[in-house]
Design a binder for this molecule. Structure first.
Ligand SMILES: Nc1ncnc2c1ncn2[C@@H]1O[C@H](COP(=O)(O)OP(=O)(O)OP(=O)(O)O)[C@@H](O)[C@H]1O
Ligand SMILES: [Mg+2]
Length: 376
């Protein structure tokens, strides 16, 4: 069984934490780049709060992008107040995404189609210019979760637009051939296992090896922990209800064609949110704390054997910090539908249209049938 280079990630946003792999060291260096200009701790802390930190729990996409001076800047910044900043992509993709959000949020639409679409989008709070570049300010879709679990699904059988070069078309087709049959692909996911107290990161190197046959057993099921006792099959029904609402919207809307947009599915992996288990017990018990990154091997490998390749890191959020945040039982506040997030993101290739977006609709329907198969 062969695995590629492992990438580890930090469990929280403490930039000063020292971890152990080259990749993390690299990331830490880049993060410090944001902070190094400060000379004392207080100033550093204040700056961190003001500037935000790179979003730690990110399913896929770029982690860093080049700013105007060529320096690296985080692609997604967590402002810590319920909002993130997403770096504007290169011309013309960035402008296209910005103008899509502006169209939906800046104008007062009475159009019910748009109102419905808005409920599936992060809230857009404008464009923010910083020294190194421009950002979209969006609501953080995992804000308030104790242990966010996220999965990014790129939608559509065709993931290149009409302006794509032959080279781009071939590279997109090569990335994930089963997209033709499935109409969607998992581009990455991060899942918290409450018993092992670990995060598992499934990178694109892992998910690209999934096939039509293994998409459920080695892909979607793992996001809901269906392979373990503490599974989250309670989320399948509410997710299906949301997917059907989205399917309905896509079956009638004729305004937009969404090329290479993603569905971001999210839930809180903290067991207390599922109510039946004690989060305190699971999280504070000093059992082995590890994180695994699945970035290679074949999707046919068993989950157990994949775990062997994991990188070990210490979750750096302190126990007391976590206890203080989990004492409030959010499960009392939330109804079933609130427990699972389903949002559309990534609009760098959205175009005006006058027909139904069969490309995405096909993928949503396939995803619904995959989810239904998980209930059987
Ligand atoms: N509003 C949001 N709230 C929380 N997380 C988000 C949000 N937007 C994006 N993310 C996280 O960032 C990741 C990348 O987002 P997105 O695809 O929009 O960026 P991108 O730079 O366009 O990436 P790429 O072009 O490589 O697909 C997502 O998979 C998700 O985990
Ligand atoms: Mg994306």
């Amino acid at each position: 069984m062969m695995f590629g280079q492992n990438f580890v990630f930090t469990l929280n946003k403490q930039l000063e934490d020292k971890h152990i792999s080259e990749t993390v060291d690299f990331e830490m260096d880049v993060m410090k780049f944001e902070l190094n200009s400060n000379h004392n701790e207080n100033e550093k802390e204040t700056n961190c709060k003001r500037e935000g930190a790179p979003l730690t729990i990110q399913a896929s996409g770029h982690k860093y992008v080049h700013g105007v001076s060529g320096r690296l800047m985080p692609a997604v910044i967590d402002l810590g107040d319920g909002y993130i900043l997403k770096a504007l992509q290169k011309h013309p993709r960035g402008e296209r995404e910005l103008s899509f959000y502006q169209q939906i949020f800046d104008q007062i639409y009475v159009d019910p189609d748009i109102q419905m679409l808005k409920s599936f989008l992060p809230h857009f709070a404008g464009k923010v210019d910083r020294g190194e570049g421009s950002y979209l300010k969006l609501s953080n879709l995992i804000h308030g979760y104790q242990r966010p679990c996220v999965m990014d699904l790129k939608m559509g059988r065709i993931t290149y637009d009409c302006k794509a070069t032959q080279e781009k078309i071939l590279s997109e087709l090569k990335k994930f051939p089963p997209a033709q049959q499935l109409g969607f692909q998992i581009t990455g996911m991060m899942v918290f296992d409450p018993v092992k107290e670990t995060y598992e990161k499934f990178s694109k190197e892992y998910t690209r090896k999934l096939t039509e046959e293994t998409m459920v057993s080695k892909g979607l099921s793992l996001f809901f922990g269906l392979n373990r006792e503490t599974n989250r099959n309670d989320l399948l029904h509410p997710l299906l209800a949301k997917l059907r609402e989205l399917e309905l919207w896509f079956s009638v809307q004729k305004k937009f064609s969404f090329i290479a947009s993603s569905l971001l599915i999210s839930y809180d992996g903290c067991p207390q949110v599922k109510a039946s288990q004690s989060c305190t017990e699971n999280v504070l018990g000093n059992s082995i704390k590890q994180s695994y990154v699945y970035d290679g091997g074949t999707a046919k490998d068993t989950v157990e054997s994949n775990c062997i390749c994991g990188e070990v890191i210490e979750p750096s959020k302190s126990s007391s910090e976590f206890t203080s945040t989990i004492n409030h039982d959010h499960s009392q506040d939330k109804n079933l539908a609130d427990k699972i997030g389903l949002h559309l993101i990534d609009f760098a290739h959205v175009y005006p249209s006058d027909s139904v977006d069969h490309n995405v609709l096909f993928g949503i329907r396939k995803l619904i049938s995959c989810m239904e198969s998980m209930l059987r």
